[in-house]
Design a protein around this ligand. Structure first.
Ligand SMILES: NC(=O)c1ccc[n+]([C@@H]2O[C@H](COP(=O)([O-])OP(=O)(O)OC[C@H]3O[C@@H](n4cnc5c(N)ncnc54)[C@H](O)[C@@H]3O)[C@@H](O)[C@H]2O)c1
Length: 385
C-alpha cells in the first residue's frame, strides 16, 4: 500500500489491522494504523460505491484540531461535506444536542444513501452514532475515534447513547458502524489526563483477557506517555482485538452472566459509584482504575484469586500513572456517598450485584454479591495506617 496522505511527508508504510467483529449478519472492519485517517475518503468511496454527502460530526475542540484535514480528505474523493459541530464535553451528550445533530443532517439535505462520520471522542461517537441510528430509521455511520478511550473502547461494539437526567447512556441503541478508522497519531494533541482514561480501559482488557497484553502495556508506559506511535499502535490493536472478540461473542448484550459483554464491566460497578459520589470530579477512567483495585480486592477476599492480585493491580495502576487511592472512597462522608451511589446503580437487582471478579489475570468470573457484602469486603480490605 502507498502512503495515501497527500501533502504529508513520506512515512513508513502504515500498519493496517483488520479486526472483524462478527455480529450475526453484521461484520465490520476496524482499520488501525499510523496515518490511517488519510484512508477515510478512499475507504468510504469504495464501500459505498459512490460519493454523496457526509455529515461530519465533531466537537468544538476536535474541529479546531483535526476536522479541516478530514474534510479535505473527503472532498478529494468527491464527497460534499456538511460539518456539524457540537460543544465539547459529557455535559452536552443530551437529547437536546442529539436533535441539534439530526437538525443539521436535515438542513444539509442528507439522504438515505449518505453517511455520518463521527470524528471525536466517545461523546461524539455516541451522539453521532445515535443520530445516525434514528435519522430516516438508520443511515450508516463511520467511527473515527480521536481519544485513546474511544479508540480502544467506545468506537467498537456498536453501542450508541445519550444521557438523560435519570441516568447516563439511558437512551440509546445498537448501531454497528460501516467501518472504524483508528489513527493513533490523532492522539498527538490529547493531554496526559485524557490519555490515562484510555489506559484504564486497556488495563481492564489486559486483566480480563491477556497476561501478555498486561506485560506489554506496563513495559510500554513511558513510551505511551512520550507519544511513541510505533509502540502505541500495536497495543491499541491488541486492545481492540480483545474487546472485539468479547463483543463478537455477545453482540446484543444478551449473553449469560460470565460469557459475554458483562465482563467488560470489570471495575465499573465501584468505578461508577465513585464517579457519581465525586460529582464527576473523578474522571471515568480514574474511577475505573479504583474500581479495578476494588475488583482485585474482592477477588482475593472471596478466595477466588491467590493473595497478591490487589498488589499486582496497584503496581500496574502506578506504572500507568492512574490513581490507586481506593480506601479514601470507602470511609467517612465519601464512603457514605459511594454506598448511596451503589444502591442507586441501575444494574443492581434486588439488593445484589453481578460483580465481575478475577481468579487471576486473564481469568474473569462473575459473582452475585449482596451490596452489603460488597461494601463490607471492600472495607475489610482497607490497609491499616
Ligand atoms: N459506546 C460505547 O460502547 C462506549 C464505551 C465507553 C465509553 N463511552 C462513552 O464515551 C464517553 C467518554 O469518551 P471520551 O473519554 O473520549 O470523552 P470525550 O468525547 O468527551 O473526549 C474527552 C475530551 O477530549 C477532547 N478531545 C477528543 N479528541 C481529542 C484530540 N485528539 N486531541 C485533543 N482533545 C481531544 C474532547 O473535545 C473532550 O473535551 C462517555 O460519554 C462514555 O459514556 C461509550
Amino acid at each position: 500500500m502507498t502512503d495515501p496522505s497527500p501533502g504529508r511527508a513520506r512515512r513508513p508504510r502504515p500498519l493496517v489491522v483488520d479486526v472483524h467483529v462478527p455480529a450475526e449478519s453484521h461484520s465490520y472492519p476496524v482499520l488501525i494504523g499510523r496515518g490511517t485517517i488519510a484512508r477515510l475518503g478512499v475507504e468510504l468511496q469504495q464501500r459505498l460505491g459512490h460519493s454523496g454527502t457526509v455529515a461530519l460530526v465533531s466537537d468544538s475542540t476536535v474541529t479546531r484540531l483535526h476536522a479541516a484535514a478530514v474534510q479535505a480528505n473527503l472532498e478529494a474523493q468527491g464527497f460534499t461535506v456538511a460539518a456539524i459541530v457540537v460543544p465539547a464535553g459529557e455535559a452536552h451528550k443530551t437529547t437536546g444536542t442529539l436533535f441539534d445533530v439530526i437538525g443539521g443532517m436535515i438542513a444539509s439535505g442528507l439522504g438515505r444513501r449518505d453517511v455520518v462520520v463521527a470524528l471525536g471522542g466517545g461523546v461524539v461517537g455516541d451522539l453521532a452514532g445515535l443520530a445516525a441510528a434514528l435519522f430516516m430509521r438508520g443511515v450508516p455511520v463511520v467511527q473515527c475515534p480521536t481519544t485513546l478511550l474511544a479508540q480502544v473502547d467506545a468506537s467498537v461494539g456498536g453501542k450508541v447513547a445519550v444521557d438523560v437526567p435519570a441516568g447516563k447512556n439511558m437512551v440509546g441503541a445498537f448501531h454497528f458502524p460501516l467501518f472504524v478508522v483508528i489513527d493513533p497519531e490523532l492522539l498527538v494533541t490529547l493531554g496526559d489526563r485524557e490519555l490515562a482514561q484510555g489506559l484504564a480501559e486497556m488495563l481492564k482488557h489486559a486483566l480480563l483477557f491477556s497476561a501478555d497484553h498486561l506485560q506489554a502495556l506496563l513495559s510500554a508506559a513511558p513510551a505511551i506517555y512520550a507519544r511513541n506511535f510505533d509502540i502505541i499502535t500495536p497495543l491499541v490493536a491488541t486492545s481492540v482485538g480483545l474487546k472485539a472478540a468479547c463483543v463478537g461473542r455477545d453482540p446484543w448484550e444478551t449473553g449469560e452472566a460470565g460469557k459475554g459483554r458483562v465482563l467488560l464491566n470489570l471495575g465499573h460497578t465501584v468505578g461508577h459509584a465513585i464517579e457519581a459520589a465525586s460529582g464527576f470530579q473523578v474522571a471515568h477512567g480514574e474511577a475505573v482504575a479504583l474500581g479495578l483495585r476494588a475488583a482485585a480486592r474482592i477477588s482475593e477476599l472471596k478466595g477466588l484469586a491467590e493473595p497478591g492480585l490487589e498488589a499486582l493491580v496497584v503496581d500496574a495502576l502506578t506504572c500507568l500513572r492512574l490513581p490507586t487511592g481506593l480506601d479514601e472512597w470507602l470511609v467517612g462522608e465519601r464512603g457514605v456517598a459511594v454506598e448511596r451511589a451503589l444502591q442507586s446503580d441501575k444494574k443492581r437487582a434486588a439488593g445484589s450485584v453481578s460483580y465481575v471478579a478475577l481468579a487471576g489475570v486473564g481469568e474473569p468470573s462473575v459473582l452475585s454479591l449482596a451490596l452489603r457484602d460488597l461494601i463490607g469486603l471492600l472495607r475489610q480490605g482497607i490497609v491499616a495506617g
